[in-house]
Write a protein that binds this ligand. Structure first.
Ligand code: THU
Length: 146
């Protein structure tokens, strides 16, 4: 992926962040998932009055892509802002549930771009770095990813 492609993915995530439904935490998060074929699926966090059903931006992007029949993913960009507590820091690293959710469908070398709220700077990681020794489909079925 070129620097330009990475920046474009971060900008797509930042655009999606505007639609976040986060009345409880005030943390607005956007994600943009890039398929191996070059398509981008965006998502944002959707909170819930009962709190537990809250869906993160990463999972909403992945679910949208899966609904379109996508199964091969290359990268995901995540960006967020804490509107109530900006000093809390603006890097939204994928939560543990999202890391595990991605582990099901994404390769270990999936590029994960964690951007600051401006979208101008981002850190580049991989799924394997964020979820080492992850438990995946091959541990249940004895095969690689289906
Ligand atoms: N959140 C995400 O959408 N993605 C992350 O990477 C971390 C957290 C959301 C969930 C919740 O709506 C809010 O941020 C505060 O945890």
């Amino acid at each position: 992926m070129t620097k330009k492609e990475k920046r474009a993915l971060v900008l797509a995530a930042r655009e999606a962040m505007r639609l976040a439904y986060a009345p409880y935490s005030g943390c607005r998060v956007g994600a943009a998932l890039l398929t191996s074929g070059g398509k981008v699926y965006t998502g944002f966090n959707i909170e819930n009055a009962a709190f537990t059903p809250t869906v993160c931006a990463e999972r909403s992007a992945l679910i949208r892509a899966l609904h379109e029949g996508e199964r091969d993913f290359a990268a995901i960009a995540v960006i967020g802002e804490n509107t109530r507590l900006p000093e809390a820091g603006g890097s939204f690293y994928p939560c543990g549930v999202c890391r595990q959710f991605m582990r099901e469908f994404c390769p270990p070398d999936l590029v994960i771009l964690v951007a600051d709220p401006s979208g101008e700077r981002f850190e580049e990681l991989t799924l394997d770095a964020l979820l080492p020794h992850g438990f995946g489909p091959e541990n249940v079925k004895g095969e690689g990813r289906p």
